[in-house]
Design a protein around this ligand. Structure first.
Ligand code: BGP
Length: 485
């Protein structure tokens, strides 16, 4: 009889290099696509579309400014220098696992080098030392929204098949150096971001493409091929290691019980989610997607051996981020919309939303886990879940983030329900363990961590780390293996 989370369940938290490290230009790091993400107070939170599709002029303008002031992802939270302290705090919470990414642009500054930058590898040696010192397992994301900028400007990103080889070289350097120390890997963070936030995920630039939609899917295709190749390489080198595929799950409900809304929900689930997991777990393109490509005049170029490669090398486990749920409507043009992770969604009148408009839906997590389980039956790992909120320090110098505790408590409770339903869940890492720069808006004030970092949107502040109320709460959750919420 299953009573709750299994023994050895991997509790922890996550960060990403391009939002945490800083160290811009230090240690030989090259320009990354994340370095051009601009922060301005004037950005309309409801209209981020222009930041999801990037043109050359935006890149040129960003590169002309070599400071960090307007480009917060260049400075992060200075994890590059403060990793030991930050990791120790996670250790203090009792994390079993620490999810982070290794920056491609740090290890291969232009992406084209044949040998890696040793200084960067020494940095990740030390990061792993600290993780091990505090009895955590590392969970390494190989590509998390920070590919070398040169690969975007010179090759139009992943639209060019040569990126497959360059990426595989990078991944194999990681396997050779760290393969004995890292069991859990993720190939691409939220690989379905290519469909919504094309530039940060694939480096494809609007005006460099003759057909942007075509290039977007060709880029995703090349990422699938690269993921299959490195899964094969990892297994050959380190049979004990596991490669996860990862998507941002946009679980969707029909707007009404009208059959046309249900059909729209089915399509949204296919195009936004299942296409990406079907290819990586079943090893082939689903027929519904081939139909979509035919109807939209998209022609994917396949190279020799790719079909067999995909078929023979599915991912070992399914990782996903879950923040919110969405609504599908056949009349989506006229429906009222709200912001969401990587994309807009239609409003759900039954749900509350975060201050950024992301619709909070704990029960949707149980449903999500079960729908995935029914479809694939593979082990799953929730690698991102959390609440972005504007935390305030009170007169006593404390941060009482009860709203975050509430959000996480409800989601963990629903994850437990799914475990009782029979899903195979191996771990849960919150987004994020410590406050970092926002991926979508480059703000610091959209905070997710258990640890407050005293830096504001403009990069001012003491950089001091302060434990929030949720810190002690999460520690107790881990200690009780999710029983004490
Ligand atoms: C996911 C990303 C993360 C992260 C998170 C929260 O899409 O994988 O990098 O930042 O979303 O998003 P945001 O920071 O935009 O609130």
């Amino acid at each position: 009889m299953i009573k709750g989370f299994k023994e050895g369940f991997l509790w922890g938290g996550a960060i990403a290099a391009c939002q945490a490290e800083g160290g811009f230009g230090e240690g030989g790091r090259g320009w990354a696509v994340s370095d051009i993400a601009f922060y301005s107070k004037d950005i309309d939170r409801q209209d981020l579309a222009k930041h999801r599709n990037i043109r050359s002029e935006t890149i040129e303008k960003a590169m002309a400014d070599t400071g960090t002031k307007n480009y917060p992802k260049r400075r992060g939270i200075d994890f590059y220098h403060r990793y030991a302290e930050d990791i120790a705090l996670c250790g203090e919470m009792g994390f079993k696992v620490f999810r982070f990414s290794m920056a491609w642009s740090r290890i291969f500054p232009t992406g084209e080098e044949l040998t890696p930058n040793e200084e960067a590898l020494l940095f990740y040696d030390k990061v792993l030392d600290e993780i091990e010192k505090h009895n955590m397992q590392p969970l390494v994301t190989i590509s998390h929204f920070e590919m070398p900028l040169n690969l975007a400007t010179k090759y139009n990103g992943w639209a060019d098949h040569r990126l497959v080889e360059m990426f595989c070289r990078f991944a194999n350097v990681l396997f050779d150096r760290y393969g004995k120390r890292v069991k859990y890997w993720i190939s691409f963070n939220e690989i379905n971001a290519g469909r919504f936030s094309t530039f940060k995920s694939t480096g494809v630039i609007v005006d460099k493409s003759q057909d942007y939609l075509q290039d977007r899917y060709q880029a995703v295709h090349h990422q699938f091929v690269a993921a299959a190749q490195i899964t094969k390489d990892l297994h050959a080198k380190h049979p004990q290691a596991l490669m996860g595929c990862m998507i941002a799950r946009f679980t969707s409900y029909p707007g009404t019980c009208a059959p046309e809304d249900v059909i729209q929900m089915m399509k949204d689930e296919w195009y936004d989610n299942y296409f990406f997991t079907d290819v990586q777990l079943r090893g082939e393109y689903p027929r519904y997607m081939e139909r979509y490509f035919d109807e939209n005049n998209i022609k994917i170029t396949w190279r020799d051996g790719e079909k067999e490669l995909l078929k023979a090398n599915p991912a070992d486990y399914l990782a996903f981020s879950y923040y919110m749920s969405c609504v599908s409507s056949a009349k989506k043009e006229t429906a009222e919309h709200t912001e969401g992770n990587l994309r807009l969604s239609i409003k759900n009148p039954y749900l509350e939303a975060s201050a950024w408009g992301w619709q909070i839906d704990p029960e949707g997590l149980r449903y999500t886990l079960n729908t995935f389980h029914e479809r694939y039956g593979v082990p799953m790992f929730i690698v991102e879940n959390g609440l972005g909120a504007e935390d305030k320090i009170n007169a006593k110098g404390e941060i009482e983030d009860d709203y975050r505790i509430d959000y996480l408590r409800q989601h963990i409770a629903q994850a437990k329900e799914a475990v009782l339903d029979g899903v195979d869940l191996i771990g849960y890492t919150t987004w994020s363990s410590i406050d970092i720069v926002s991926s979508g808006t480059s703000e610091m004030s959209k905070r997710y961590g258990f640890i407050y970092v005293d830096i504001d949107d403009n990069g001012n502040g003491s950089t001091k780390r302060i434990k929030k109320k949720s810190f002690a709460w999460y520690k107790a959750v881990i200690e009780s293996n999710g029983e004490e919420l």
